[in-house]
Design a protein around this ligand. Structure first.
Ligand SMILES: [Zn+2]
Length: 455
């Protein structure tokens, strides 16, 4: 759609900038310039932004007024001052969200947002326009590493059907097509029989890239491989977002679509955090956020290369600052530079969600990936989901490949689970035909439903 792209770039965006004061392209240029600055300059810039934010929070945000003295020091580094404030869990934030709204903020400048509550705590919060635009700019910067620009045609393979009535759906699709140059498909609505037709639609749209949830892209890629079909047009990238991208998913997607598979790491309540470069490393947008990694129980900092709970401080959200916000993800930082030349720091590993971590009867943590590894090594299961309701009570849902399934293999799986979690667990095994994604469209293999012990 070269005409649509032209109109978006040369008419729609300039108009948005003039009429609405949209600054995404300005922020994008800033982020672009910053990516080649020496590391020391990047750190200084982040430190300065953080200092300004802390001052604002202490002066104008009721929840942080009590820390005014801690945050006041002119001499100390902002990053050191920040550590004097306790981290902010979703639960604590939800007890009194209004306390995090900056005073004197005009309601018209607030953009409401929320996270789904299918698992964990649903959270409602506000952003301001500069924050949202900084997220967008960061995404465009990440995409630019693959030669993708604003207005380039994109096919989105989504996880959940859109919950819109017919009229809304029509308006939505027209907007998607004309203002974003995007075609939306839901992976869970696709049947294998329809696949050739869908591929034809994608081909005629000529996307430069595909974009979607890891599980949805994987489902789509698997269907293509099973039917022996190819897309037949070159893609600059397939961008996976919103979920952990597992190595087996990456491999299947790359094989089916013959394009680089790119991981985007962000969250509704944490912003656009990191993007994968051509060398395969995740670069943190340190001009937009300040990250810390702490022990999940003691909340003490852990060194780079060790896994811990991620704390995010958004550097631009002056409307509703959330300092050291516990996003619920377990990650590792790195101090290694990346050979690609981008100077933004590297996120060494994204382990998964904190509520993917199971608790064994011996009191050890077992990461959800453990179960994934177990099942992936077996022949007979298409997919699975394991839910830990209480430390000793679990449900295991299995979708079989009927032709390959064997009870002995299932026994082996159950033994593996007992070895990790304890022999005394009660495990309810259910054979199901399908495991639908959660209401948000995300698919989760491992879900823990109770809180970990507090420090
Ligand atoms: Zn890199």
């Amino acid at each position: 759609m070269p005409l649509t792209r032209f109109l978006i770039r040369h008419v729609h965006w300039p108009l948005m900038e003039q009429w609405k004061g949209n600054r995404i392209r300005t922020y994008l240029r800033e982020l672009e310039q910053a990516q080649s600055l020496p590391v020391s300059q990047l750190q200084a810039s982040q430190e300065q932004k953080l200092k300004q934010l802390l001052r604002h929070a202490a002066d104008r945000v009721p929840a942080y007024r009590a820390y005014r003295e801690e945050l006041a020091s002119e001499e100390e580094m902002a990053s050191a001052l920040l550590r004097r404030i306790p981290s902010l869990s979703k639960r604590r934030f939800n007890e009194n969200p209004e306390a995090y709204l900056a005073q004197d903020i005009h309601p018209s400048s607030l953009i409401p947002n929320r996270t789904g509550g299918s698992t964990g705590e649903p959270t409602r919060f506000y952003l301001d326009r500069p924050t949202v635009e900084h997220y967008e700019a960061a995404r465009w910067l990440g995409l630019s590493w693959y030669g993708i620009g604003i207005g380039d045609p994109c096919v989105m393979i989504w996880g959940s059907p859109l919950e819109l009535n017919q009229r809304q759906a029509f308006t939505f699709r027209v907007k998607e097509r004309l203002l974003k140059n995007r075609l939306l498909l839901s992976a869970y609505d696709l049947s294998e029989a329809e696949l050739p037709q869908i591929l034809k639609r994608i081909r005629s749209f000529q996307p430069h890239y595909l974009y979607g949830y890891a599980s949805a892209l994987h489902l789509f890629a698997e269907m293509m491989l099973r039917r022996g079909l190819t897309l037949g047009i070159p893609l600059k990238a397939v961008v996976s977002t919103a979920e952990i991208l597992h190595p087996y998913q990456r491999e299947t997607i790359a094989r089916a679509l013959d394009a680089p598979v790119v991981n985007e790491y962000g969250a509704r309540d944490g912003g656009m955090i990191a993007y994968q470069c051509r060398e395969g490393r995740m670069h943190i947008f340190s001009e937009n956020c300040y990250l810390e990694v702490v022990d999940p129980v003691s909340r003490q900092p852990v060194p780079p290369g060790e896994s811990g709970l991620l704390l995010v401080t958004d550097l631009h959200n002056y409307a509703m600052p959330r300092l050291r916000y516990e996003l619920g993800d377990v990650v590792q930082l790195s101090t290694e530079p990346c050979p690609c030349g981008i100077q933004y720091p590297v996120l060494a590993h994204i382990d998964g969600r904190e509520d993917d971590m199971f608790l064994s009867l011996r009191g050890h943590y077992v990461h959800g990936h453990y179960f994934n590894h177990l099942v992936r090594g077996m022949e007979g299961f298409r997919t699975f989901q394991i839910i830990q309701h209480e430390p000793d009570r679990l449900t295991l849902k299995l979708v079989k490949y009927p032709e390959k399934y064997s009870p002995a293999e299932e026994e082996q799986l159950i033994t593996g689970i007992r070895q990790a979690l304890g022999d005394a667990i009660r495990l309810d095994v259910q054979h199901v035909d399908e495991i639908p994604p959660s209401a948000s469209g995300k698919f989760r293999y491992a879900i823990r439903q109770f809180s970990l012990p507090s420090p």
